[in-house]
Design a protein around this ligand. Structure first.
Ligand SMILES: Nc1ncnc2c1ncn2[C@@H]1O[C@H](COP(=O)(O)OP(=O)(O)OP(=O)(O)O)[C@@H](O)[C@H]1O
Length: 282
């Protein structure tokens, strides 16, 4: 358990657990002859860890890219629900989607390697920084108070993710697993209403994976943040997910709680193979 109470609410969504945060409806996206997404529909529920799995090229990253605005689906809609009402995301630019509370991490680390952990996390706050230029430059009044508040929140994220010891180390000098944790931290500093994690454990050894899974669970349990997770490691997915959607060739072939999905014959046949048989046997 985390040793102290946190002052800042890291969850940017005010929806009640169980309400739908994001609804993808019949999303289609093609690249030339490749149909990356073919009428994909799925709902993500507030308070869930919702994993999206499937073989290489199944369309997982394309789906996340549509939700975060990097790709524009050719058909379908993506509705984000907030306490200010529904927002259509399809076709919106990424920075506007981020402002609505959607944060993401990438398959390849996207941090400023020459900046420290603390500086990278402060960059995650910039979306909430609106102080006028002059006070900011002169460092008085509201600018100073705002900076202190941002620093406090960042310190809480550092504490939650247990990266105190490296807070002043340039990210480029850190072990891969800590860099990935810093990336998670930066997304969390945005106080997201929805956190999209694209293979946060890719390239990690078993110990680093275990650590990362624990931190994702902490983020979820302690901060209540809704997470959409792309992950290849079946054991991790089955352990930590509330809901699992399986994609194959751009189509949804299964969607449900992990225990149900891992017994689905289509999933076993199309994707999981021996890995699923082992998981089912456990
Ligand atoms: N920008 C792009 N240009 C052309 N083709 C693309 C682009 N992005 C994705 N694709 C293609 O769309 C299909 C789905 O790719 P996507 O990266 O979404 O799959 P994935 O399930 O995330 O795979 P992986 O597990 O390997 O990351 C693939 O055939 C891929 O080559």
């Amino acid at each position: 358990m985390i040793p102290r109470a946190y002052r800042h609410d890291l969850n940017g969504s005010r929806l009640t657990p169980g309400e739908t945060v994001v609804e993808c409806s019949r999303l289609s996206l093609g690249f030339g002859g490749v149909q990356a997404l073919d009428a994909v529909s799925l709902d993500v529920v507030q308070g869930h860890i919702h994993s999206v799995i499937g073989p290489n090229g199944a369309g997982k990253s394309s789906l996340l890219n549509c939700v975060s605005g990097l790709y524009r689906p050719q058909q379908g809609s993506i509705t984000l629900h907030t306490d200010r009402g529904p927002h259509e995301l399809a076709g919106r630019p990424p920075h506007r989607i981020a402002r609505l509370g959607v944060a993401r991490s990438f398959q390849n680390i996207e941090l400023f390697s020459h900046l420290t952990v603390l500086e990278n996390l402060m960059l995650g706050r910039h979306i909430h920084m609106s102080t006028a230029l002059l006070p900011a430059l002169l460092w008085f009044g509201p600018a100073r108070r705002a900076e202190i508040a941002h620093r406090e929140l960042v310190e809480e994220v550092i504490d939650l993710l247990d990266i105190q010891e490296v807070r002043n180390t340039p990210v480029g000098a850190l072990a891969y697993g800590i860099q990935k944790r810093t990336e998670l931290g930066r997304a969390l500093c945005m106080q997201p209403g929805l956190l999209l994690l694209d293979e946060p454990m890719a390239g990690m050894n078993a110990e680093e994976k275990e650590d990362m899974a624990r931190f994702i669970l902490d983020v979820h349990e302690l901060a209540g943040v809704t997470v959409v997770l792309i992950e290849h490691d079946m054991n991790v997915v089955m352990d930590i997910s509330d809901q699992v959607t399986v994609l194959d060739f751009g189509r949804v072939i299964a969607d449900g709680p992990p225990a149900e999905v891992k017994r689905n014959p289509d999933v076993i046949a199309a994707y999981l193979g021996s890995a699923a048989s082992e998981a089912v046997e456990q």
